[in-house]
Structure formats: structure tokens, C-alpha cells
Ligand binder design. Structure first.
Ligand code: GUN
Length: 286
């Protein structure tokens, strides 16, 4: 069994992003900028956002936090995003999810200019991904594809099973695997005989948010297992996969923590540099 070491790989990626950002700043005399909108005081979101700002600073990307009250109205939040769309300091905009109840998440995300949608959560970017077109790809599934690539795991023809169908991870993950020529099955909470299906998978990707949900008898001998879960139990972090019993059966597996988590910020920052280059090219009329 080989560990898919996202922590190590993310260090390498961050160093590369820092070099790239420094070169872009030198060439264009413009600093790449990321606007982060955080509404309310969800503790998990606060940690994610803090880490995004810290890693952006490391990579020479300017990140600014727009912290809004949890009672903000839909109109006011839409206006803020519209203002950020016009603000040339920012090449990427993200609205940290989940938003407090009562706010229409998709409507707010769809207010983000397609070119600045570095989370790739907007309907246009999702549609482009669906059509196999060049799109801004969501950070978590993009990070997973990069990690598998780093370990030279060839996805062509692989029997891949994605457990979870969220708009943030499961669905875009399945599409990206399909675009990489894997044969993809999507499972979810209503799937019958889940274990029979997951046991057929050469590549099993789990994003359900259920502590140690996938057990050894649900996994094929020699499978590649990617665990997107981050379940905090009594202050300790566990994945959606029961690592202790599953890992010995696998060829490759991501640990939690230190697997998928550290990569998602890297891919977000990478997307910010992609958006920066696209926006600058459009401005120059190239
Ligand atoms: N909430 C959980 N993951 C994410 C993410 O990747 N981006 C945003 N904006 N919110 C999230």
C-alpha cells in the first residue's frame, strides 16, 4: 500500500505557484488578487478561509476577506459580488459555502463573473465541464485528478466509483473522471447494495461526510481509494473511509488528514492564476 501524500504534494505545488505568481507580477506589474466572501460564523468555514488567506500570502497572491453578517440580505450580498466583479484588484472571487439558511446559494454564485469564478461553482463553468469544454474546474476534484496524476495512476478504462453526488465534489468529480476516460459509477444515499458496487471499483472516491463509513468488505483488493471526508470526532479528524481496516487492502490510499484536504487550496490558488492570465489577455485584446 502506498500513501497518496497530498500534504507533501501540496508543498511542491505551492512552491511552484509562488514562483509562477512572482514571475507574473514581474511581467505584468499587477498582483494576482483573490476576494473571499465569508458570511456568518461557521467555525469550519472560518478555518478554511484562514488557511486560504495564509496560503495565498505564501504564494504572493493578494487575498482579501469580505466578512459579512449572517443576517445579510440576498440583495446586499449580490451587490457585494457585483462590486467585486468590477474591482480590477481581484481576478478570482469565492463565496465560502455553506451560506446561512434563507440565502439562495446558486443565485449568489451565479452573480460571480464567469471569468472570476475560481471555485468553478457557477452554472456556466459547470455546464462547460459537462460538455467537456475548457472550464474553471472546482478545487477539490481538480486536486484529486492532479494527485492521481502525480502518482502516475492512469485513469483510462478504469472502473471508477464516486460515492456522493454533491455539486461541489461528487458530480464534478464524476465528470472529470469521465473526461479522463474512466468508466464512472455514481453512488449516493439511496443506492441499493452500495457495498456490491463499491467492491467492483478499481478507483473508489468517497465524499459523503460520514465518519469511517466505507469498511474493508466494501473495497476491492488492490483498489485505489481517495477519501474526501473530514469528520471531526472528539477533536480528531476522520475520513469517510475506515482507514485502519481498508488501507491494507489497497494499492494506494489518501490519509485523513494529509490527503485531499491540503490540495484543494492549491488548486484554488492555481485557478486564481489561470483567471489572472485569462483576464489580462482579454484586457490586452489577445
Ligand atoms: N465549502 C466547502 N468547500 C468549499 C470550496 O471549495 N469552496 C467554497 N467556496 N466553499 C466551500
Amino acid at each position: 500500500m502506498i500513501l497518496l501524500d497530498g500534504k507533501q504534494y501540496s508543498k511542491k505545488l505551492k512552491e511552484a505557484l509562488k514562483i509562477k505568481a512572482t514571475q507574473l507580477i514581474e511581467t505584468n506589474k499587477v498582483t494576482p488578487g483573490l476576494a473571499i466572501v465569508l458570511v456568518g460564523n461557521n467555525p469550519a468555514s472560518q478555518i478554511y478561509v484562514r488557511n486560504k488567506i495564509k496560503d495565498a500570502a505564501f504564494c504572493n497572491i493578494y487575498a482579501e476577506l469580505f466578512l459579512e453578517d449572517e443576517n445579510i440580505s440576498q440583495e446586499k450580498l449580490v451587490k457585494l459580488v457585483q462590486k467585486l466583479n468590477k474591482d480590477d484588484r481581484f481576478h478570482g472571487i469565492i463565496v465560502q459555502l455553506p451560506l446561512p439558511k434563507g440565502l439562495d446559494e446558486q443565485a449568489i454564485i451565479d452573480t460571480i463573473d464567469e471569468a472570476k469564478d475560481v471555485d468553478g461553482f457557477g452554472t456556466i463553468n459547470k455546464g462547460k465541464l459537462f460538455c467537456g469544454m475548457k472550464a474553471m474546474e472546482s478545487a477539490t476534484p481538480k486536486g484529486i485528478i492532479k494527485l492521481l496524476d502525480e502518482y502516475k495512476i492512469n485513469l483510462t478504462g478504469m472502473n471508477a466509483c464516486v460515492v456522493g453526488r454533491s455539486n461541489i465534489v461528487g458530480k464534478p468529480m464524476a465528470l472529470m473522471l469521465l473526461n479522463k476516460n474512466a468508466t464512472v459509477t455514481i453512488c449516493h444515499s439511496k443506492t441499493k447494495d452500495l457495498g456490491t458496487i463499491t467492491k467492483r471499483a478499481d478507483l473508489l472516491i468517497v465524499a459523503v461526510g460520514k465518519d469511517r463509513f466505507i469498511k474493508a468488505d466494501m473495497v476491492k483488493e488492490g483498489a485505489v481509494v481517495v477519501d474526501v471526508g473530514t469528520n471531526r470526532i472528539d477533536g480528531k479528524l476522520y475520513g469517510d473511509v475506515d482507514f485502519a481496516e481498508v488501507a491494507p487492502k489497497t494499492s494506494y490510499i489518501t490519509p485523513v488528514p494529509g490527503g485531499v484536504g491540503p490540495l484543494t487550496i492549491c488548486t484554488l490558488l492555481e485557478n486564481t492564476l489561470i483567471a489572472y492570465e485569462n483576464i489580462l489577455k482579454t484586457k490586452k485584446g489577445e
